[in-house]
Design a binder for this molecule. Structure first.
Ligand SMILES: [Mg+2]
Length: 224
């Protein structure tokens, strides 16, 4: 089973709403992965070395499924469309107000928005324009699944952030992911904002991110 096939399986399971039951999607995927003994096949991208020229602005990491694309529409202004990922069309529900909300957050906190989703580059083509986001950098989260018991996106995210502080909007992260990030040499400060996949990203989550990013800035000024 290839990495692309694993991601397609995840998306299909989500479409069937398997995660509404007692079995987590990632428990199923873990079992598939263990069975297929994928770890020697899928390797984590090499960690980047720090350089003094690196951009040190905070990052705002964005998931699609369960965050910008929750299980149900949350209002009459939401869009219900089909979007193509890896060449396959999936039904999605999107809020055109999410983009402006996130752009305002990024502007007010001097942070950079980045996709951290298995939609990868497809997010820029299929999701961003419908929610009002410009083209954003993409973390190659499908490139690696190299750590047991953590979400496959977590190791690539750790490799990407390069000690820049970050907030991460996601619906699938657990304690093991936090522990992995805290122990990773490439990770400094971070805040995971747990978004419920039923309703997706709400103003409350953006306010939590703004509060953390603002407090981080204030602490930096005090220290500086
Ligand atoms: Mg998700």
């Amino acid at each position: 089973m290839s990495s692309a096939q694993v991601n397609q399986l995840v998306r299909l399971l989500r479409t069937e709403r398997v995660s509404k039951g007692s079995v987590s999607v990632w428990r199923v995927i873990d079992a598939c992965r263990a069975f297929a003994d994928l770890h020697p096949v899928i390797s984590c991208p090499a960690e980047r070395e720090s350089t003094v020229d690196d951009d040190l602005r905070p990052l705002i990491l964005l998931d699609v499924d369960g965050v910008l694309n929750p299980w149900h529409k949350q209002g009459p202004h939401w869009l219900s469309v089909e979007a193509v990922c890896d060449g396959v069309a999936y039904p999605v529900v999107l809020n055109p107000e999410h983009g402006p909300m996130l752009l305002q957050l990024a502007q007010e906190t001097d942070a950079e928005l980045v996709w951290a989703t298995t939609w990868q580059e497809d997010a820029n083509r299929e999701i961003g324009p419908l929610v009002g986001l410009p083209e954003l950098p993409v973390i190659a989260v499908n490139a690696g699944a190299g750590a047991p018991h953590v979400h496959p996106k977590t190791p690539p995210v750790a490799a990407y952030v390069n000690r820049r502080p970050f907030v991460w909007f996601d619906d699938d992260l657990e304690r093991a992911d936090r522990l992995y990030l805290k122990a990773h040499k490439n990770v400094d400060r971070f805040r995971i904002i747990d978004v419920g996949p039923r309703k997706g990203l709400r103003p409350l989550h953006v306010e939590q991110a703004a509060e953390w990013l603002t407090s981080f800035e204030e602490k930096s000024r005090v220290r500086g």
